[in-house]
Design a protein around this ligand. Structure first.
Ligand code: GDP
Ligand code: ZN
Length: 296
């Protein structure tokens, strides 16, 4: 079964055909009191049924992927979603304006966690297709993308197609229309059911308040409503930052294997920028992201 939602020490799990309530078993309960990311939405869990028929979660399968944010000063990273294969980075064509730097940050977290990022550009009722495609090309965003409008439903079938049969996690900054999109792809009764269990659920919400939904076409979607910004930090390496930018990742080796591509002699990335092979705006975003990681 798959952990779909947590409310303190009770949870909903997806059994492959429906959401069922389950409690945390005693061992997990005491563990999760001291560690925030013992369980994350999307985790594969093993459940046991007691004499009264109530389910409890007794163990967690090893995670295949995890979307993690830095936990802040001295705190462990927060696992926002487990086992997603795809991260759908929701942005908008306008209101708020498209910001490539934010896409980079989500893409970095996705890459680190073993998740394939893709871009979903919403609010296409506010821009033409040409404008949107130019925006993505100018920013040299190397991700597959879909252009959608939650308002007019255009592009929604394509978005559904990219979600079919796999587990996706939806991320995005406030205001881009992520909740509106979710309502377009998830059957209404699922959204209502969750709201009810949330009310009856005792105890505090766990840190992320992420939630897993199943799609009628097959496939699972993890929404992360509590996660409105990317928290970087911890132990992100130069090469992980470079992995966001194919032009930089695929540059020939530099003189120093530990090159950060900022000022080192014999840097092939700096040479590539000079020669025009690496677009300046891409390099500028690499530097910005790297500085944030080095000195968050
Ligand atoms: P979230 O913060 O990302 O969950 O965004 P919401 O779904 O709450 O939407 C933020 C605002 O954008 C709301 O006023 C929505 O009505 C609006 N909005 C969402 N999707 C679209 C869209 O496709 N087109 C337009 N024009 N507005 C949208
Ligand atoms: Zn270099």
């Amino acid at each position: 079964m798959i952990l779909a939602q947590m409310f303190g020490s009770s949870a909903l799990v997806w059994d492959g055909s429906q959401m069922v309530p389950a409690a945390l078993g005693p061992k997990l309960k005491s563990k999760s009191r001291t560690r925030s990311s013992v369980l994350a939405v999307g985790d594969g869990v093993e459940v046991e049924r007691d004499a009264e028929g109530a389910l409890s979660i007794v163990s967690i399968a090893p995670r295949r992927t995890s979307l993690e944010r830095a936990g802040g000063e001295g705190r462990e990273p927060q696992v926002v979603a487990a086992n997603a294969e795809q991260a759908v980075i929701v942005t908008s064509a306008a209101e708020p304006p498209f910001r490539p730097g934010l896409v980079d940050r989500w893409a970095l977290l996705a890459h680190r966690g073993g998740i394939s990022p893709m871009l979903c550009l919403n609010k296409m009722d506010l821009a033409t297709r040409d404008e949107a495609e130019r925006m993505i090309a100018d920013a040299a965003i190397p991700l597959p993308y879909v252009l959608v409008s939650a308002k007019t439903d255009s592009g929604i079938p394509e978005l559904k197609e990219t979600l079919r049969g796999i587990t996706s996690v939806l991320v995005g900054h406030s205001g881009v229309g992520k909740s509106s999109l979710l309502r377009r792809i998830i059957p209404e009764e699922q959204i209502v059911t969750g709201a009810l269990s949330e009310k009856s659920g005792k105890g505090r919400h766990t840190t992320s308040s992420a939630r897993l939904y199943s799609l009628p076409e097959g496939g699972l979607v993890i929404d992360t409503p509590g996660v409105r910004s990317v928290a970087l930090g911890g132990t992100i390496s130069t090469s992980e930052v470079a992995s966001v930018f194919p032009e930089i990742q695929d540059a020939p080796p530099c003189r120093f294997s530990s090159c950060t591509h900022r000022m080192e002699p014999g840097c092939s990335v700096l040479a590539g920028v000079q020669a025009g092979a690496i677009p300046e705006n891409v390099y500028a975003r690499y530097r910005k992201l790297l500085l944030e990681v080095i000195a968050p």
